[in-house]
Design a protein around this ligand. Structure first.
Ligand code: C5P
Length: 245
């Protein structure tokens, strides 16, 4: 997850900021996409769909091809169980791993501590409010706060528990960037190139807008995976990120 100087004058590498969500059903499709996108994106995110189908062996297989892996399991359980899952995930050599911030301070601390004990330490990312949730959804959940305020509450709890990376939407990004310095990595899904369908996402932004608002990393799935030419779609997003930097 190196963000050191490569291809931009201000020291930020555009390509390394693009995380591709490998939301596909099976190994063959996943490896086909990895082959198409290798060297053109920063990292591959393996989430619940592919992990449930293929398990840890596929994580290792993609890692052994030299790719950085973001394991997006969005862990949310009692502290002891989450700590165990983090220890298991650390053995896979992943670079990033998600937990739900709403699991609370003790669970988040357990995740951070388990990661710190591992030989290869992934960045623990706390997922704040899912980017698919609208203001109405959050009101119906009985949170008692608007989305932006809720994200800030969850972010504060995560920060207090030692978490150094957050997943949020572009809408909350400016406030989070103001609040936290560069020691907090801000990872933003819900990214849609201009004119693209939002699908089930609610709180979306273009790649350039998210970077301009302070995103460290953007996560893009379907706009790349479902494109006629996924490589070209990824290249176009990296170009937009580079321009925004
Ligand atoms: O296809 P799309 O670009 O919408 O994919 C977004 C990815 O980011 C999905 O893999 C989803 O699980 C993940 N994600 C999200 N919102 C969050 C956290 C993760 O969309 N808050």
């Amino acid at each position: 997850m190196d963000k050191t100087p490569k291809d931009a004058p201000d020291g930020k590498d555009a390509k390394s900021r693009l995380i591709v969500a490998l939301d596909v059903p099976d190994r063959a499709t996943a490896l086909e996409k990895v082959d198409l996108l290798s060297g053109r994106v920063g990292c591959f995110k393996l989430g619940l769909e592919i992990f449930s189908a293929e398990g840890p062996r596929l994580v290792e297989e993609i890692r052994d091809r030299g790719e950085d892996i973001f394991l997006d399991l969005k862990l949310h359980d009692i502290p002891n169980t989450v700590a165990g899952a983090v220890r298991s995930a650390c053995k896979l050599g992943v670079k990033m791993l998600t937990v739900h911030a709403s699991g609370g301070a003790a669970m988040l601390r357990a995740a951070v501590d388990a990661a710190q004990e591992a030989a290869a330490q992934p960045l623990i990312l706390a997922v704040t409010a899912l980017t698919s949730l609208s203001e109405d959804d959050v009101a119906r959940l009985g949170v008692g706060q608007g989305v932006e305020q809720w994200v800030e509450t969850l972010a504060s709890i995560a920060h207090g528990a030692g978490v150094r990376g957050l997943v949020a939407s572009s809408k909350e990004l400016p406030a989070l960037r103001r609040r936290f310095d560069d020691g907090m990595e801000l990872v933003i899904p819900g990214i849609r190139p201009a004119g693209a369908a939002t699908q089930d996402q609610s709180r979306t932004a273009t790649p350039g807008a998210a970077i301009l608002a302070g995103a460290d990393f953007i996560v893009v799935g379907r706009p790349i995976l479902n494109a006629d030419d996924p490589g070209a779609a990824a290249d176009a997003i990296v170009a937009e990120v580079r321009q925004a930097l």
